[in-house]
Design a binder for this molecule. Structure first.
Ligand SMILES: [Zn+2]
Length: 356
């Protein structure tokens, strides 16, 4: 690495150091080594600087949208979608559409229950996840015509129509099926329904086969009912369920029996077990998140018990308390939150945090 200088007389002279170096090739190598080290140090400093810049850009972006990926998520619970509601669980097609339109307008994006419990919440920056769940596999939720188009006014048709009118509102949700299987009697018809749903990004969850109350039952009976529901699904499609919704929202005497167990040759180990009431759920990245009993919110107007504890009331509350709500930073790999919330990060996710 000779340093050449042009002398006053225009003669090329070699700098003193290089003359010395010329005396032995050992010095040449040492210089070369030194230069290499300097270049490597420079490159690594540049990489660190660009890493720091990237982090700065990401934290600034997270702060700008007030990202809070430790916040609360509404998991909405639907049953039948029918013109003449017969129970407190039923909604009309119009009420269902109105609720979905509200969610789209208020920047919610649906994720499935499986995505939610496993922390795969991949939605744009500034948006809020919502989990749409449908219990009991009623034909009013999902029915196909002969060429595979959802019948008008079913929950699936309404969800697809709202998504079409609101780009970015993903038409996905989770169906907690039982042996009623949308009114289909043969395994082929049942398989056809589940295949259509999973192909479109919907998720199939276990609601047990016979919809029996699991409270007060022995371990063996609980395991058998959950396993039977598991097999009902895996007997029709290859994708096993990732979550369970408890019939009537009733937990077994030992909560763990719903999450994990086996019966005969079926074993299950779920990412989460869902209840039937009454509050928004915590983020799966929050250390207080309890996979043994994830709350859901019944879809209903503000009447009676629902004045405070059903969907319209809770969506009002989340709107008024936006700082408590889950807001995405737009990067599914990171978990962004205002830094003072750090004590609430679940240990298993501590390598993905982006405090700001
Ligand atoms: Zn049910």
């Amino acid at each position: 690495m000779g340093r050449l200088r042009i002398g006053r007389a225009g003669v090329v002279v070699v700098a003193a150091g290089v003359v010395l170096a010329g005396c032995g090739s050992g010095q040449d190598e040492a210089d070369e080594q030194k230069a290499k080290l300097a270049a490597a140090a420079k490159a690594s400093a540049a990489a660190a600087a660009s890493q720091a810049n990237l982090l700065k850009t990401r934290t600034a972006a997270a702060a700008k949208v007030k990202a809070n990926e430790l916040g609360q998520v509404p998991v909405l619970m639907y049953h039948r979608v029918v013109d003449k509601p017969a129970t407190q669980d039923d909604r009309t097609p119009k009420q269902f559409r109105t609720e979905l339109e509200r969610l789209a307008r208020e920047n919610y994006v649906p994720v499935t229950a499986a995505e939610f419990v496993t922390g795969r919440i991949d939605i744009p920056a500034g948006k809020h996840p919502v989990v749409l769940t449908f219990d009991d596999s009623s034909p009013s939720q999902f029915e196909l015509d002969g060429v595979g188009v959802p019948r008008p006014n079913t929950a699936v048709a309404i969800l697809q129509s709202v998504a079409k009118a609101h780009p970015g509102f993903r038409p996905v949700g989770t169906f907690y099926v039982t042996r009623d299987m949308f009114g289909k009697e043969t395994p082929e018809e049942g398989a056809q329904m589940l295949l259509w749903l999973t192909d479109k990004g919907f998720d199939i969850g276990n609601h047990t086969r016979d919809h029996l109350n699991l409270r007060g039952k022995e371990k063996k009976a609980v395991n058998a009912e959950v396993a039977a529901g598991h097999r009902l699904i895996t007997g029709l499609i290859k994708t096993p369920p990732v979550t369970l919704a408890l019939p009537y929202g009733n937990q077994p005497d030992t909560k763990e029996w719903g999450l994990k167990g086996s019966s005969g040759d079926v074993s299950y180990n779920y990412g989460g077990v869902f209840l039937a009431g009454y509050t928004p759920a915590l983020s799966p990245f929050n250390k207080k998140f309890d996979p043994l009993g994830i709350p859901r919110i019944r879809s209903m107007d503000k009447t009676g018990d629902c004045a405070k504890f059903c969907s319209v009331a809770w969506l009002d509350w989340l709107k008024a308390n936006a700082d408590e709500r889950y807001t995405s930073d737009g990067d599914a790999k990171t978990i962004a939150f205002p830094k003072f919330k750090a004590p609430f990060v679940a240990k298993s996710f501590s390598d993905r945090v982006l405090p700001y």
